[in-house]
Design a protein around this ligand. Structure first.
Ligand SMILES: Cc1ncc(COP(=O)(O)O)c(C=O)c1O
Length: 385
């Protein structure tokens, strides 16, 4: 049991603007003060003697940060590198692959839009065919998702790209049976686990995929621009960072270690972020945030008649709900509603169109409590009337 009392009392550990109900941790995280201070302290150390720092102090410090990230996701140090974000991790794989013309790339329509764009680019440049599997939605059970994807795997499938937790529908996808079927068909698998570290229990090698990338800046409290990229030992050959530099040809870790001069302070604050996460409860954080998101989603369901994207057992600390709007309008309505909630009621929550409806995605983090979602329900009800 964690001895931490979760809720608004923990807001002072963060830099969050007072008065705003912050219900969008999933988008960019929120970094604790002590982690920001650690990053700043590394930056000062760098600037005190830039040459000494970059040429001799940086390497062991980064290795330590990488080792702690690897340990956190049960990975071997040699198989994991740090990257700026999940987009960079996905690009490393997708820009390195040499697909045969006529090969098929399988993705799902719930994939992250930016990653789907990289896949379109890859298909266009290689002559491969991109297949976006339309998943049965709203989700009712994992089996229907597995069935929909497996039905599209053929002997031409060379690559399968799956989100571990989807962005717009905030749903944990059943990746294990899909990875197994893809491998049996001779395809390789990239898992975009952008939302997973710190959000759900994560054992990266156990996912069985070829490549996995995940953000530490969302749910693991690291500063922005901190993520990992993991490659199975048999899937490292021919893999290069999108920006090739001094480490070219010297092995996986070396290639990703240096992609040109950059400030590593945020990455070096990763051990402080992991320490903060553990002190705040580790598993207890995951259990509590998930319970809070479940309760908050139930409140919006009963107060507004909102429709959840997935049942509670397929969710973590986020929930997406379709708003009961007569006119399922697009971006302009979503933006206007978001802006009114922020300006008039000081509530930050994402609202967006998806699959013909308008959705709200709520997040639950240690500084949130039910009062935040109760504060959202009343004005939202008014808006929808
Ligand atoms: C599933 C998924 N993939 C990739 C990303 C991109 O993350 P980043 O902007 O940190 O690269 C996100 C961001 O929310 C995401 O939800």
């Amino acid at each position: 049991m964690s001895r931490v009392t979760y809720g608004a009392g923990l807001r002072e550990l963060f830099l969050l603007e007072p008065g705003i109900a912050y219900l969008n941790h999933g988008a960019f995280g929120a970094t604790p003060r002590e982690v920001m201070a650690a990053s700043e302290s590394w930056r000062r150390r760098l600037e005190a003697e830039p040459t000494r720092f970059m040429e001799s102090e940086r390497t062991p410090a980064l290795k330590q940060a990488r080792a702690e990230m690897a340990c956190f996701v049960s990975a071997a140090l040699d198989d994991l590198v740090l990257v700026e974000n999940a987009t960079t991790g996905c690009n490393a794989v997708l820009r390195s692959l040499a697909l045969k013309p006529g090969a098929e790339i399988l993705a799902v329509d719930h994939g992250y839009p930016a990653v789907l764009k990289v896949l379109r680019h890859l298909a266009g440049s290689s002559g491969a065919k991109l297949i976006e599997v339309v998943l049965p939605f709203p989700f009712e059970a994992p089996e229907a998702i597995v069935e929909a994807v497996l039905a599209r795997i053929t002997e031409r499938t060379e690559l399968v790209v799956l989100d571990l937790i989807t962005s717009r529908s905030a749903t944990i996808l059943p990746v294990a049976p899909i990875v197994e079927a893809a491998h049996a068909a001779g395809a390789r698998v990239l898992i975009d686990a952008a939302h997973a570290p710190g959000h759900i229990e994560l054992d990266v090698p156990a996912l069985g995929a070829d490549w996995v990338t995940g953000n530490a800046h969302k749910w693991l409290f690291a500063p922005k621009g901190t993520a990992f990229f993991w490659a199975a030992p048999g899937a490292q050959e021919g893999l290069h960072p999108t920006v090739i530099s001094h480490g070219y040809g010297q092995g996986f870790a070396e290639e990703f270690d240096w992609t040109g001069t950059r400030d590593p302070s945020n990455w070096l604050a990763l051990p402080t972020a992991i320490d903060f996460y553990r002190r705040m409860g580790d598993r207890a954080i995951r259990e509590r945030n998930r319970a809070l998101a479940t309760e908050a989603a139930a409140l919006l369901q009963s107060e507004l008649g909102a429709l959840p994207a997935a049942p509670p057992e397929m969710r973590g600390a986020m929930a997406s709900l379709a708003l009961p709007m007569a006119d399922p309008a697009g971006n302009r309505t979503a933006e206007a509603l978001h802006d009114r909630l922020l300006r008039r009621h000081r509530i930050e929550v994402p609202i967006f169109p998806f699959a013909g409806r308008l959705w709200l995605r709520l997040s639950a983090q240690i500084y949130n409590e039910m009062a935040d979602y109760e504060r959202l329900a009343a004005p939202l009800k008014q808006e929808l009337e």
